[in-house]
Design a protein around this ligand. Structure first.
Ligand SMILES: [Zn+2]
Length: 188
């Protein structure tokens, strides 16, 4: 009996499948390894530390694995900036509060303060177009990054590791790259 999820994936380098593992599976198992370590640390007491030593170094290797085979996160999405108009709206509100205080407590300073406020608004109006264009560019960049990460994550889900050659490859592809270059392959 065979089912569709028993498809044999062979390594394009050695042509074998004996030590080929799905990268997502390695990653999940390495996370579980970390969890085991945390539990071991909590229970750590001097009488069992000799045994724990082995476990810790074992999960140290697991941690390295999870770093090596983790999902594509290298290109971090920049935090999305506020729309320039929103910023100005908040700033204007604060300025009005300030002006109100000046009006009630220091009326002599009101005119110069109004002048500063008007100058700031004018400056913004003059630069608004440029600021909006910049904001739009950033927004597009973020969208592009998101798409790239999505695509890389999909590819990651189809990536296999051959422990014989220490290479990774995407299922069905005839090309393999050294495991340490997985990120480059996912984003290529
Ligand atoms: Zn191989």
């Amino acid at each position: 009996m065979t089912s569709s999820d028993e498809v044999v994936i062979t390594c394009p380098v050695c042509g074998n499948n004996t030590r080929v593992y799905k990268v997502t599976k390695i990653f999940v198992e390495s996370l579980e390894g970390n969890r085991l370590k945390e539990t071991a640390d909590e229970r750590l007491d001097p009488s069992v530390s000799a045994h724990a030593g082995n476990k810790v170094s074992g999960s140290e290797a697991m941690r390295k694995l999870s770093k090596r085979f983790g999902p594509p996160t290298k290109r971090l999405v920049q935090p999305r900036g506020l729309h320039p108009d929103q910023v100005v709206l908040v700033m204007s509100f604060l300025a009005l509060v300030l002006l109100w205080h000046i009006f009630t407590q220091q009326r002599g300073a009101l005119l110069p303060a109004l002048g500063v406020f008007a100058a700031a608004i004018t400056l913004y109006a003059m630069n608004r177009k440029r600021l909006l264009a910049k904001h739009g560019e950033q927004h597009e960049e973020v969208q592009r990054d998101k798409k790239e990460i999505e695509r890389a994550t999909e590819r990651w889900g189809e990536t296999y590791y051959c422990a014989v050659d220490d290479v990774v490859f995407i299922a069905g592809s005839s090309e393999a790259v050294p495991a340490d270059e997985m990120m480059n392959m996912l984003f290529s």
